[in-house]
Write a protein that binds this ligand. Sequence first.
Ligand code: MEV
Length: 415
Amino acid sequence: MLGESIGAEQADMMIENVVGRFALPLGIGANFLIDGQEYLIPMAVEEPSVVAAVSAAALLARSGGGFSTGSTDPVMIAQIQLLDVVDSAKARGMILASQEEILNCADTSPSLSRLGGGPKSVEVRQLPDTPAGPMLIVHLLIDCRDAMGANAANTAAEAVAPLLEKLSGGRAGLRILSNLSDRRRAWAEVEIPAAAFNSDDYSGKDVVRGIAEANAFAYADSYRAATHNKGIFNGVDAVLLATGNDWRAVEAGAHAWAARDGQYRALTDWYVRTCGDCESIFGRLELPMAVGTVGGATQSHPSARMALKILGLEAKGETDSEQDSCGSDEDVGAESGRQGARRLSEIAAAVGLAQNLAALRALATTGIQKGHMRLHARQVAVAAGAEGDAVEFVAGQLVREGKIRLERARELLQR
Ligand code: MEV
């Protein structure tokens, strides 16, 4: 077993009031072919079936050539809230005319700029009617290269606030990144022949139609979309957690993105393509994905470092700068493009799409409970106190009886 994790001393330095450490299983998502490259995917997750299901879906995807992915430049948004601005149209004009001065002032990370990142542009948004009156919101767009970029964005936002107050005649309020990182997106696509879904019980054509219908349900209905997107994050979060990334940030951004037209919808798109007699299913997932391969836990946590190594994404660049939450020079790495954070975001998108495919395929055919049963039964057996061979014995009996209950597991164990 790969068991490297943080020591008690390191845990004590990571957060406050530490009383222990909390371990999760680390599994490997198998069979992934992404942009023609083979990947083993480290996944940290507590839920049974997730790793098995994603590996089965990745295997299916191979019959269509695997996943193709892409991503935007790693641009984060830092927001500065300006209040008490008397003439917001004039202030907006002043700010936009002073863009160069603002970008110079926001350029607080020499290592980021050296690698081609740093502040790139300024946008101004007017919120004329909030419960606290009108506001002017300035967005700094910052290319964060291989860092997640929270420190870089927050430091830059705080640095430019006094200048923005001067230019607008207003008062700066919040200075913080936006987790709706919609300029930093990743996507994955896959096309699989319907025949690959043929089985003794189902015709492939029926299965792909069922998958497209399931997606249509989640597009049109927010109640279903929440569950649909949760399934996507079973995969995405497991990769983010394994690589030491801030999965709450990515979740928040993706859920806001899912509601960008005013209704919360599926993050994926699945539809059937027909070519003569042949049918295939085409799937696409696109979402904001603010992740890093340098800085913070991605490098300080031994398991995260190992996960990045498994993915071939370990940091090779500048790693010597400050990483604390108030540091002015966030660790940004030397690699960029498809080697570093962008590649990680693309891989996570492919895993999310595969996880969703696994769920929709099961839901459109046998339902998910059948596949869940055995793994769930094992967990119940362990919770009842089973160890070693007894786990399989108790779990097997629970599945045969069709009732996966803790009391029954305890009874079996006593016997
Ligand atoms: C369970 O963790 C995830 C699913 O509910 C996702 C879905 O319904 O699409 C199976």
